[in-house]
Design a protein around this ligand. Structure first.
Ligand code: ARG
Length: 285
């Protein structure tokens, strides 16, 4: 073992920062072979701006390689021609206790993704629950410890929160999103570990903010600037936090708290309105 005492590479962890523990993750991803922007269902998307599919694939590959390097178990679902948003695997479902609650997408352009992901879950031994209510999977459902934070306002219907609560028997906390640029909960909240989160206050209405402040007094509050490049759309194993490389203040705050931020550049996938977390669906057996 070597001990790195070089102050330029040693993380600026404060003496008070707690020791963080990485927990090995199992995730599902979808290679963006057919990624492009041909419709507009969120403010980030503009079909007039050209996309570079091979660059999207190369950037996505760096995320894949990062996860493999962290020791994650990474599964892949085959991309389908004509479903350009399928790369955002987080929306494909919500998986806890080996139960996969399927997605039912808001917009017709993405609706065929729901059954495609459910087929994958079935073929891979998950107990699939076909959804009744509109919901976009882990885009709007985030597990923090034993509590499920659930977003609504733009995509997932609030009735889906009840459906999730009935399926998993865990407390579900409804949060109202108010800014169309942060249309999925995972664009406004990052789960850091079983007890803490990072979030963007302006993405929520007052009652939801009150809930977040009360439950997570030690949360990281990210800047508007970092949120504006979907910096919150990140994925943590409890110690390593994979974030947008450009989210510099978020990176600094994570380091101060004893986390290990790892920056990746997914600029091409940002053209579709997604980042690190959007490309990642956690599989909990
Ligand atoms: N273009 C996709 C949509 O608007 C992006 C999805 C991003 N996914 C996420 N988990 N936030 O549906």
């Amino acid at each position: 073992m070597t001990i790195d005492l070089d102050p330029t590479t040693t993380p600026a962890t404060s003496a008070l920062a707690p020791v963080r523990t990485a927990v090995k993750r199992t995730v599902l991803m979808c290679k963006p072979d057919y990624f492009t922007v041909v419709y507009r269902i969120n403010p980030w998307m503009d079909p007039a701006i050209p996309t570079d599919t091979s660059l999207a694939v190369a950037q996505w590959q760096t995320l894949y390689d990062t996860y493999v390097g962290l020791g994650f178990d990474v599964h892949l679902i085959d991309p389908i021609d004509g479903l350009p948003d399928m790369v955002y695997a987080a929306n494909g479902g919500f998986v806890i206790d080996n139960i996969a609650y399927g997605a039912a997408f808001t917009y017709p352009e993405r609706q065929p993704e729901g059954p495609a992901y459910m087929d994958w879950f079935r073929a891979n031994g998950f107990d699939v629950r076909v959804p009744v209510e509109i919901n976009e999977g882990e885009g709007d459902f985030l597990l923090v410890g034993d509590v499920i934070l659930a977003g609504t306002g733009f995509r997932s219907a609030s009735n889906s929160h009840e459906e999730v609560s009935a399926i998993y028997g865990r407390p579900v906390i409804t949060l109202n999103l108010v800014n169309p640029s942060f249309y999925h909960l995972d664009t406004a909240i990052a789960v850091l570990d079983d007890t803490n989160i990072a979030y963007l206050p302006s993405a929520f209405d007052e009652p939801s903010l009150a809930v977040l402040r009360e439950r997570y007094p030690d949360a990281i509050i990210v800047t508007e600037e970092d949120a504006a490049i979907l910096g919150l759309n990140s994925y943590s194993d409890g110690y390593n936090v994979v974030i947008a490389a450009r989210a510099k203040d978020f990176e600094r705050q994570l380091r101060e708290r004893g986390y290990n931020p790892i920056g990746v550049d997914l600029s091409e996938l940002l053209l579709g309105g997604g980042g690190v977390k959007c490309c990642t669906l956690e599989l909990r057996r």
